[in-house]
Design a protein around this ligand. Structure first.
Ligand code: SAH
Length: 578
């Protein structure tokens, strides 16, 4: 299990929300979980505290409970088997007066506790003796260093506490500047090395993130592992997988990165140009660019892989660029409960949001801290180009549509642009479409089941297709006895189309055919009305209305409480038996 970085803050009552939000200011990407019925304005509502906590814990999410420590301990007790595998767990008092790290000592709980305590202006209740004494967390080293033998750490720290001296082999400023009792003749040793070594109880080994693996072609994971082993390098020292941008779509690169649990970083041809002109292979050039070393990289005869070692740990997130992602997401018609968890995750991860201002506003707090690229609703092609160009620079771009992104929306515009302009820079981008609930589905759900049999959707907008085609299509759909969902029925400039559509339909359908008018679904001012086909006029609809016209079989049910349901039976049959 990998410990995730963005924590879950869990609250049981509305009283705790203010403290939660305060500490979330120092916890980027954190999600606020609140007990349903007791809290509002949270990111995720849950009904079972125990199940939710255990699920988050099992997937390695750091947990911050604004509740009594005892509740957290009892809830998670059945899951505590391996301390190296557990994410940080902390209890915070409801009034923010105490921050108590409980679990996850090997995964940075004390650092997290200090960060939260600072935001709340209190002191963290750190109870780990070694940590206080040496002011350095040997068990959770800073980014860029991995402890190779945590199993030996407990005895090692006890020996230190009992007065043993320690000698340092290798360099690491966080150790040499600490208050450890350093002595070149010490009985204990801390070694910092990227080499494979055999640890021992009196020797702690830290592997610094200094090794860059660069790949330019299809390679198999075993050969990369073999190359490392031959060079006697520790896999824990691998800082990242590096590649020229042109190789970004090579799945082997991503597979190798996920095996090592490190990011992929890419270099543009400009960045590698001068190294290539000195005769280095693309893989060698990427390895050198990643580490800044002048030493010759380790390269097997195939020369599609190269390994270089940096003098200090490297932070891959500052080197080159990541692979660009373009997600085209549908947020549903409006309300947050109609947004899929996948879309929510994507919106959280994205660095850039592209879309019509109204749709970006609908995303609410999920848009906080992201770059927004707003535009007019009509500039779809320009917007798709902007999104692709941003993703080509390594950004994680979410193009936001309402409803479903593939139904009269941006996903199609992106693929049109991709097909038509076909820029080579766009080849490296990972493109993903995340579906949403379309207006016709939301409309149907609010009134019963009018789409219960065969149906089709027709946009009445004649901006992108001629009216003659629309006319033909309406007649054919009416003749085929489809239930029809009309999108874009009316706009300020387009008013006559709906009246014409009705007249065509009346040639095939009875005037009392049920028609559902659904306006502002999932948004303030939602209004759903049932009328008859002969009452369908342009004045009853606008740009925010979707219209469902029943088939010859569609029925309405008037219920005793005054409400109306509309449904289309699943079969054509004379007898009423179902
Ligand atoms: N991708 C969207 C459709 C965009 S076209 C989807 O799948 O729903 C725009 C049209 O969709 C509007 O003119 C209207 O007919 C319909 N629409 C979109 N959101 C709506 C909402 N919240 N309520 C009612 N109709 C909506």
């Amino acid at each position: 299990m990998m410990t995730k970085t963005a924590p879950a803050v869990v609250v049981l009552g509305e009283n705790s929300v203010a403290v939660a939000r305060k500490m979330m200011s120092v916890l980027p990407g954190a999600t606020l979980y609140g007990l349903a019925g007791r809290t509002s304005e949270v990111d995720v509502s849950f009904t079972s505290f125990g199940e939710t906590l255990r699920e988050l814990f099992a997937e390695g999410t750091p947990l911050i409970g604004i509740c009594a420590a005892g509740i957290l301990i009892r809830t998670l007790a059945p899951m505590l088997s391996d301390k190296r595998q557990e994410p940080p767990v902390l209890a915070v008092a409801e009034d923010g007066s105490a921050v108590v790290p409980l679990l996850g000592g090997l995964n940075g709980v004390n650092d997290l506790a200090r960060r939260i305590a600072e935001a709340l202006n209190v002191k963290a209740a750190i109870t780990t003796t070694g940590d206080i004494r040496f002011r350095t967390a040997l068990l959770s080293p800073p980014p860029g260093y991995n402890l190779a033998n945590p199993d030996n750490a407990k005895t090692f720290i006890s020996d230190l506490l009992a007065g043993a001296q320690v000698k340092l082999e290798g360099t690491a400023p966080w150790l040499s500047n600490s208050q450890l009792p350093i002595d070149p003749n010490g009985d204990l040793t801390i070694q910092i090395t990227e080499r494979l070594v055999t640890p021992a109880p009196n020797r702690l080994v830290y592997h610094p993130a200094t090794v860059a693996i660069a790949i330019n072609h299809i390679v198999d994971i075993a050969s990369v592992q073999q190359l490392l082993a031959d060079a006697k390098l520790a896999p824990a020292s691998v800082a990242g997988i590096f590649a020229p941008l042109t190789a970004a779509t090579n799945p082997a690169i991503h597979a190798v990165a996920s095996t090592f649990g490190v990011p992929v970083r890419l270099f543009t041809s400009n960045q590698l140009e001068s190294l290539l002109s000195q005769g280095y292979s693309p893989a060698q050039a990427a390895a050198i660019a990643a580490t800044g070393t002048s030493a010759q990289p380790i390269t097997p005869s195939s020369s599609q892989i190269a390994i270089a070692i940096a003098p200090k740990p490297i932070n891959p997130s500052t080197i080159g660029q990541p692979r660009g992602h373009l997600a085209i997401v549908g947020t549903g018609p409006g309300a947050s409960q109609w947004m899929s968890p996948e879309v929510r995750e994507i919106l959280k991860s994205a660095t850039d949001l592209v879309g019509y201002k109204t749709y970006l506003d609908l995303v609410g707090s999920l848009a906080d801290g992201k770059r927004r690229h707003e535009s007019d609703n009509r500039e779809e092609i320009a917007r798709a180009k902007v999104a692709l160009d941003l993703a080509a620079q390594g950004r994680y771009v979410a193009v936001v549509s309402s409803g479903d992104p593939g139904i009269y929306a941006m996903a199609t515009a992106v693929f049109e642009v991709l097909d038509y302009y076909n820029k080579p820079e766009w080849d490296s981008i990972d493109i993903h479409v995340a579906p949403g609930i379309s207006a016709m589905q939301a409309a149907a759900a609010t009134i019963g089941a009018p789409l219960g049999h065969d149906f089709c959707a027709i946009s009445l907008s004649d901006i992108l297709k001629p009216w003659s085609i629309i006319e033909q299509r309406i007649a054919a759909a009416a003749q085929a006895d489809f239930v029809i969902a009309f999108y874009n029925p009316v706009s300020k400039e387009r008013t006559w189309q709906l009246a014409q559509a009705r007249d065509i339909l009346l040639r095939y359908r009875s005037p009392d055919t049920p028609v559902v008018l659904a306006r502002n679904l999932g948004r303030p001012g939602q209004a759903v009305k049932v009328i008859t086909l002969e009452e369908l006029m342009p004045a009853v609809a606008d740009m925010r209305t979707v219209i469902l016209v029943g088939s010859t079989q569609t029925r309405t049910i008037q219920r005793s409480n005054g409400s109306i349901s509309v449904y289309t039976p699943r079969r054509y049959t004379e007898d009423k038996e179902i």
